[in-house]
Design a protein around this ligand. Structure first.
Ligand SMILES: O=C(O)c1ccccc1NCC(=O)[C@H](O)[C@H](O)COP(=O)(O)O
Length: 213
C-alpha cells in the first residue's frame, strides 16, 4: 500500500520542490498568524505554484469564518481544507457544504475517550488528521512536535481516509506506521532545522523512512 505523506508548514517554493522530489503527496500551508509557519496569501500562492501537478495542496486554518475561507480560496489554489481549531461537527459539515472544497478535520487524541470524537468527525469530514493534543498553555493548536500514545489506535480501522500526525520524525515514523496501520502521515517539526524552517535532508530522510515501513 502506498502511504500518503503530508509535509506541513512549508514556507518557500524550495520547500515545495523538496517535498515533491522526495515523494510527498501533500503539502500543508499554514494560515494562523501566531505560527512561525504562517503565510500571507501571496507567499502561499507562490509555494502552491511550485508544487507539481498531482500534489495535494492543503490549507490549514483555525476556527475560520466563512469570509476568511472565501478570501483564502479566492487567493490560493487549495485542494483540501484542514480545520485545526475547535470547529464543531456541525461547523465542519457547514464549511464542507458551503465552500465546495473537501475538508480534513484535525482531532487531538490523548486517551481512549477521544476516539469517540474521532468517529463523530469522521461522519462529517472527507478525511481526518489524528494528531496529538496541544499543550494547555501553548500558542499553537498543532505543529508542536508532540506525540500521543500510538497504542490507542492499534487494531482500529475507519471507513474515512485519515493521517497520523504529532511528533513524527525520520527515526520514529516507520514504527508509528507499523503500529497504527496509518494510511497517511503528516509531519512539520520533525523535518525542521529550526522552528518554521524546513530542512530538505530531513524531508528526504522522512520520506525514505515512510517507504521503508
Ligand atoms: O504548524 C503550525 O504552526 C500549526 C499552527 C496552527 C495549527 C496547526 C498547526 N500545525 C498542524 C499540523 O498539521 C502539523 O503538521 C501537525 O500538528 C503535526 O505537527 P508536528 O508534531 O510538529 O509534526
Amino acid at each position: 500500500m502506498s502511504i500518503r505523506i503530508k509535509i506541513c508548514g512549508l514556507r518557500t517554493p524550495d520547500d515545495a520542490r523538496a517535498a515533491a522530489v522526495n515523494g510527498a503527496t501533500d503539502i500543508g500551508l499554514v494560515f494562523f498568524p501566531k505560527s512561525p509557519r504562517h503565510l500571507s496569501f501571496a507567499a502561499a500562492a507562490a509555494v502552491a505554484a511550485a508544487a507539481p501537478p498531482g500534489i495535494r495542496r492543503v490549507a490549514l486554518t483555525v476556527d475560520p469564518t466563512d469570509d476568511d475561507l472565501t478570501a483564502l480560496l479566492q487567493a490560493v489554489p487549495v485542494d483540501l481544507l484542514q480545520l485545526h481549531g475547535h470547529e464543531s461537527t456541525a461547523r465542519v459539515a457547514a464549511i464542507r457544504a458551503a465552500h465546495g472544497v473537501p475538508v480534513m478535520k484535525a482531532v487531538g487524541i490523548a486517551s481512549v475517550a477521544d476516539l469517540d470524537a474521532l468517529s463523530a468527525y469522521m461522519a462529517v469530514s472527507d478525511a481526518v488528521l489524528v494528531d496529538a493534543k496541544p499543550p494547555a498553555d501553548g500558542d499553537l493548536p498543532g505543529g508542536n512536535g508532540l506525540s500521543f500514545d500510538w497504542r490507542l489506535l492499534v487494531g482500529r480501522t475507519w471507513p474515512v481516509p485519515w493521517m497520523l500526525a504529532g511528533g513524527l520524525r525520520p527515526d520514529n515514523v516507520a514504527e508509528a506506521i507499523r503500529l497504527t496501520g496509518a494510511p497517511g502521515v503528516d509531519v512539520s517539526s520533525g523535518v525542521e532545522s529550526a522552528q518554521g524552517v524546513k530542512d530538505a535532508t530531513l524531508i528526504a530522510d522522512f520520506c525514505a523512512a515512510v517507504r521503508s515501513a
